[in-house]
Ligand binder design. Structure first.
Ligand code: HEM
Length: 403
């Protein structure tokens, strides 16, 4: 790790390499203390933007979808381009009544009745994958275990044929985060197109022959008596498969890495000194898979000690807020028994993650599976970090587990 520059304005938050070179805990502590609402310089042809780092300031922006819009993008990449091609169609980048209506349609097919079966499946799949891996002893926790759980869940919710799932996982990873600066940006674009084309075809088939799944709900649901447009259906499927897969995987992988670094917390989990519920929340806080989201200001708004002007891009750094000493005692301690853990890993306000229940179920099932089946957890090789300023996580984690 490189030292944090004395002058924080030198740090480039648009560059994925920054997140590999600098210790995030140290970097964000400095920002919160010295420049909590930081005006980031313009990079290349893109405009400058605000980086908000304190928990209370993030909450105030997240909750305010009147003065801050998601319709001009909600992550740095699209915010700096000034637009998102899915704006006004995909839930995450739509505001107002249309956002509410689409969210309601999706939520209806996430009812407790449906999710009860899904959670049972998550536990079964997790246990089976861990048992298989334990027979090997040494394996890659990311590619052999974690990668296979969430896609099964969201795949079942969307009723995606089994054979189509492995390419979807591959495209998801390519879309959200390259593994190095060398991998071509075109791969990202192509993967995104593959996913959109795939769902366009599947949605057409579901419209003809609907089932009980989320795609059918979107394909046949009505808003003000009208069906959703094809773009709305396809973009929302895209957002569900991306949201449903990548972040949950990253939390579980991060949990195992943390257990290897903090063996006393692993022992606390095994001994029942921390329950799975509080441990799940701490893993989500500690790993914060979605490092940032963002908004564009529609009018002048004070945020912390600054005035954000109409038209400005504002980025909200969950990975900083989740370590804010104003909210957490000893934020730099991985503490599975932490009480009242109000982390922002799932965001906050009107766009609060629609899959939070499922995300928690994935992490909880993994923690329970590890606790009940594994005696010892060791990282046995160099973990491979994703090259991204958005997703925090690892695409490879060689481990040795003792049954
Ligand atoms: C929204 C994180 C799991 C689907 C969000 C947001 C965050 C987030 C921070 C807020 C975005 C914003 O404010 O602009 C996570 C994390 C997860 C996870 C950390 C797992 C650990 C899931 C799952 C699904 C999902 C399992 C799907 C089943 C979505 C969707 C939205 C969203 C559709 C947009 C909601 C809206 O705009 O109303 N997620 N997510 N996420 N998430 Fe998740």
């Amino acid at each position: 790790m490189n030292p944090i520059p004395a002058d924080l304005t030198e740090i480039d938050l648009t560059d994925p390499q920054t997140f590999l070179d600098l210790d995030p805990i140290d970097m964000w502590r400095r920002f919160r203390a010295e420049r909590p609402v930081h005006r980031h310089r313009a990079i290349g042809g893109a405009p400058g933007f605000w980086a908000v780092t304190r928990h209370a300031d993030l909450m105030s922006v997240y909750r305010d979808n009147k003065r801050f819009t998601s319709e001009r993008g909600n992550v740095l990449a699209t915010l700096l381009q000034g637009h998102d091609s899915a704006a006004g169609k995909m839930m995450a980048v739509t505001d107002g009544p249309r956002h509410k209506a689409i969210r309601k349609l999706v939520l209806e097919s996430f009812s407790p009745r449906v999710l009860k079966h899904v959670v049972g499946g998550i536990h079964e799949r997790t246990r089976a994958l861990l048992d298989q891996a334990l027979e090997l002893g040494s394996f890659d926790f990311a590619t052999d275990v974690a990668d296979h759980v969430p896609i099964g869940t969201i795949g079942d919710l969307m009723d995606i044929p089994q054979a189509d799932r492995p390419p979807l996982v591959r495209w998801n990873t390519l879309t959200l985060s390259r593994h190095s600066s060398d991998e071509a940006a075109e791969d990202e674009l192509m993967a995104r197109n593959e996913i959109l084309m795939y769902f366009s075809d599947l949605a057409r088939r579901r419209r003809r022959k609907p089932g009980e799944d989320v795609i059918s709900a979107l394909a046949t649901g009505l808003v003000d008596g009208e069906p959703l447009s094809e773009d709305e259906i396809v973009f929302n499927c895209y957002s569900l498969i991306l949201g449903g897969d990548e972040s949950s995987r990253m939390s579980s992988i991060g949990a195992v890495k943390a257990f290897s670094e903090f063996p006393e917390q692993w022992r606390a989990l095994k001994a029942g000194e921390a329950d799975v519920e509080s441990a799940t929340e701490e893993v989500l806080r500690w790993t914060t898979p979605a490092m940032h989201f963002g908004r564009r200001a529609l009018q002048d708004v004070p945020v912390g000690d600054q005035i954000v002007e109409a038209g400005d891009v504002v980025t909200l750094w969950n990975s900083s807020a989740n370590f804010d000493e104003a909210v957490y005692t000893e934020p730099e301690r991985f503490d599975l028994a932490r009480e009242s853990n109000k982390h922002l890993a799932f965001g906050f306000g009107p766009h609060f993650c629609i899959g939070a229940f499922l995300g928690r179920a994935h992490v909880g099932a993994m923690l329970e599976g590890l606790r009940d089946r594994v005696a010892d957890v060791q990282v046995a090789g160099e973990p491979k970090r994703l090259y991204s300023n958005f997703v925090h996580g690892f695409s490879s984690l060689p481990v040795e587990f003792t049954a």
